[in-house]
Design a protein around this ligand. Structure first.
Ligand SMILES: Cc1cc2nc3c(=O)[nH]c(=O)nc-3n(C[C@H](O)[C@H](O)[C@H](O)COP(=O)(O)O)c2cc1C
Ligand code: SF4
Ligand code: SF4
Length: 305
């Protein structure tokens, strides 16, 4: 038994070196699957497992004796990294400062984003908590202005053929079957959005990706927790900010390329491997504008019952 993902349907295999194991029990404590147990003062697999080892790697990461190796489900000991020293880590002030300076950027200088910076952004994403391993987050990398423009233009052309989605008869059906909030969002947000994208494209204006020189599309698979691509994109946005790039998360494309044959063709044409419940595009580039002030936003509610 194992939790399925698009990458594997198999459980991983933890192997314990009983010569090295000192029986401290730390691996048993952090294993939330129940794979591990202590037998005669040594760690052993064969515990009361809920799902089969899902390769979180926490046992390997915590073992003081390097006595445990997990292999499978896209994890191996080679994926362990040295921890950075505390002096090299951002404290609250540094992190909060970065967050306060960040603004969504939709105005970009005419300058390409070097591939190394995109690699650094993706490296930071690999530290994100993306659901149960192995991560089912996929990234489509559009690493030049041409690629972003082609994607954006193709999306607008595709939308021209999908306008039935926001037609009066379809919206009337939605009102009956999909509830008030969905109907209101479709009528008052999605319909004008589709109109803005397509009419902008007809005028030669890119209102989808704002002429960005690079973009990363984070999406999942049918197995993926919908939050995972969102967590990944958020990490990417903050990493980009720390590298002097500006960016903006775009939610307008993903939901419109999920349903129907046209959507499947669009995904196939652009190398998007799966339909998924959630996905976000992060556009990136060097900012052409400088904001003078931060904005402290309100939350809908902070309840402390
Ligand atoms: C899930 C999500 C989807 C978004 N989609 C879009 C979008 O399609 N187009 C856009 O211009 N901005 C989009 N944004 C950016 C928001 O509009 C932006 O966060 C908002 O303007 C607040 O500005 P700030 O990020 O500078 O605080 C999205 C943000 C999120 C979190
Ligand atoms: S953490 Fe390492 S040393 Fe401790 S019980 Fe587990 S395998 Fe043995
Ligand atoms: S990798 Fe995770 S689930 Fe598997 S044995 Fe180690 S702690 Fe448990």
């Amino acid at each position: 038994m194992a939790i399925p993902t698009s990458r594997t349907h198999e459980a991983a295999l933890p192997v314990i070196d009983t010569e090295r194991c000192n029986g401290c029990g730390l691996c048993v404590q952090v294993c939330k699957d129940g794979t591990l147990r202590l037998v005669d003062g040594k760690a052993a697999s064969g515990g009361d497992s809920h799902f089969g080892c899902f390769a979180c790697g926490h046992c390997m990461a915590i073992c003081p004796q390097e006595a445990i190796v997990v292999a499978g489900r896209c994890l191996s000991p080679a994926d362990l990294t040295e921890l950075p020293q505390a002096v090299h880590c951002a404290d609250y002030q540094a992190l909060a400062g970065l967050m306060r300076r960040r603004r969504s950027i939709r105005e970009f200088r005419d300058r390409e984003v070097p591939g190394e910076l995109l690699d650094q952004v993706l490296e930071a994403v690999r530290t994100a908590p993306m659901g149960l391993p192995p991560s089912d987050v996929h990234v489509l990398v559009l690493d030049s202005p041409d690629k972003v423009q082609r994607f954006s233009a193709a999306f607008c052309l595709y939308l021209e053929g999908m306008k039935w989605l926001v037609s009066p008869w379809f919206l009337a059906l939605l009102r009956l079957f999909a509830g008030k909030a969905t109907h209101a969002l479709m009528r008052d947000f999605v319909r004008p959005l589709v109109q803005a994208y397509t009419s902008g494209h007809a005028r030669g204006e890119d209102l989808v990706t704002y002429g960005a020189p690079a973009a990363l599309y984070f999406y999942g698979s049918p197995y993926c927790d919908p939050a995972d691509p969102v967590v990944a994109a958020t990490y990417a946005m903050l990493a980009a900010e720390s590298l002097g790039l500006g960016g903006c998360l775009l939610g307008g494309v993903h939901p419109l390329i999920q349903q129907g044959r046209g959507a499947a063709r669009f995904r196939r044409d652009h190398g998007i491997r799966h339909r998924s419940r959630e996905g976000l595009i992060l556009i990136l580039g060097y900012p052409r504008v400088v904001y003078q002030r931060g904005i402290r936003r309100s939350l809908a509610a902070v309840d402390r019952p």
